[in-house]
Design a protein around this ligand. Structure first.
Ligand SMILES: [Zn+2]
Length: 450
């Protein structure tokens, strides 16, 4: 559902769990993913992105396993193990074989291979794999290095779990208790790693480094609306010039919108580019090493260390959050419906109904059936004094979902507001016909009649 605000990490973990439970329960389909014939052999495929590498089994019969998109069985088995003279003879022989093939069957030879499905298309025929590829469109599929055809076994799920590598893309160094002290709303807190991640991607996409790369950003948000950053870049190339890339990363982070907090909040974001090896991730140093070098006290949490390091005075007054704070974060994540809702609710509290309505109207075009959006928009119309328009939106909703209790309740209240008491009672009578919500409406009916 569009309104759920889940992080990339959570979505990934959920999809990986789905694959595991499919392998653990019903298992793989019993037929070849290419030709559909019953078979009991599997091939392993490598499915990877910058944040995960999975080895997934796929049912393939012995016929299909050696034809494109899989590597063909070598025509000359000694290939790769020859003297240079023998290799040139082999190359010549291979050219002749190809020429004969095309001469014998000029039309079919090439196109038949081209019409074969790609590995990615084959993987997608399995629904849990397909959902993963859809959610992470930059995923690549290749034959696993150990991808010999083998008998389907009982241990597919153990193999899958044993080989799966999933890297966390962000975490908080502050404890849950420290996060609570900071008073930062959960939605805002979870938006920051996403914004930082998007900015890292923007810088790297622009620079296009050749070698696999991993970037770690430590970000601390301090009371007084102040950010500080710590950035590490690691690459597999021995002498790649990373200083300018690092400067650009820090530069793009300086314009990160702030939020008033009552206690330091420390976030770490990690992003790989070009599929960095696991060893590179393991080599990442601890973020904000300089703090720990200066404040060496056992048992201190990062929030407290940051407070001492930056010598921060904690605010005693309630924090002044402004609607512009919310708008600035929303602009960084323009697709986030939860942030738009927060922004609209904020404007409503400030009685800026027209601006709030603009946001609700844009949201309703994106999510016309989303209950939360529909009713919050109706409430906003009512608060801005447009009772008739609100009532007509309720009527529309009733036409669409005739058994939804909330629509009747809202309409009945609006009709009371418009002094249409008998209409309101009729609405309640209609609602009473809905068995499931009957009790609720009986008490409401009683309170209006009284
Ligand atoms: Zn087959």
């Amino acid at each position: 559902m569009a309104l759920q605000s889940t992080s990339r990490d959570d979505r990934l973990q959920k999809l990986v769990n789905e694959i595991y439970s499919m392998l653990a329960s019903e298992g793989l389909p019993r037929s070849c993913a290419v030709c559909g014939a019953a078979c009991c052999t599997v091939r392993d495929l490598q499915v990877e992105d910058d944040s995960f590498a999975l080895t997934v089994p796929l049912r393939v019969c012995s016929q299909c396993a050696h034809q494109p998109p899989f590597p063909r069985r070598p025509l000359f088995p000694l290939e790769g193990n020859l003297s240079s003279m023998a290799a040139s003879v082999l190359a010549y022989a291979r050219a002749i074989v190809a020429w004969v093939a095309s001469a014998v069957n000029p039309k079919e030879a090439a196109p038949s291979d081209r019409d074969r499905p790609t590995l990615a298309a084959l993987v997608k025929t399995n629904p849990p794999y397909g959902r993963l590829l859809e959610a992470f469109p930059e995923t690549t599929v290749s034959c696993a290095k150990t991808g010999q055809l083998r008998e389907a076994g009982q241990f597919e799920r153990q193999r899958f779990r044993g080989d799966a590598q999933v890297w966390q893309s962000y975490f908080y160094l502050t404890t849950p208790d420290e996060l609570k002290k900071s008073t930062i709303p959960a939605l805002i807190l979870s938006s920051y790693p996403e914004i930082i991640d998007a900015r890292l991607k923007q810088v790297v996409d622009h620079e296009r480094p050749q070698e696999p790369l991993i970037i770690q950003v430590g970000a601390v948000l301090l009371p007084g609306r102040h950010w500080d950053f710590d950035c590490q870049l690691l690459t597999t190339a021995s002498h790649a010039p990373l200083d300018s890339l690092k400067c650009q990363v820090l530069d793009t982070l300086r314009s990160l919108p702030t939020w008033p907090v009552a206690y330091p909040v420390v976030i770490v974001v990690r992003r790989g580019f070009g599929k960095p090896p696991a060893s590179l991730r393991q080599a990442l140093p601890q973020p904000f090493k300089s703090w720990l070098a200066r404040i060496l006290l056992p048992g201190l949490f990062y929030g407290e260390v940051a407070r001492r390091f930056y010598d921060v005075t904690l605010p005693t007054e309630p924090l002044a959050v402004e609607v512009e704070d919310c708008a600035a974060i929303q602009r960084c994540l323009p697709k986030s419906a939860p942030l738009k809702i927060l922004h609209a609710e904020f404007l409503t509290v400030l009685q800026r109904h027209d601006e709030a309505l603009d946001i609700w109207s844009a949201l309703i075009e994106e999510l016309p059936d989303e209950q939360e959006v529909v009713f919050r928009r109706i409430a906003c119309l009512a608060r801005s004094g447009q009772l008739e328009r609100a009532a007509s939106e309720c009527q529309k909703r009733i036409c669409r979902y005739p058994s939804e209790a909330t629509a009747y309740a809202t309409l009945a209240d609006l009709q009371v507001g418009m002094n249409l008491l008998s209409e309101s009672l009729k609405t309640i009578d209609r609602a009473l016909a809905l068995k499931e919500a009957a009790e609720f409406f009986r008490t409401r009916n009683f309170s209006i009649r009284a």
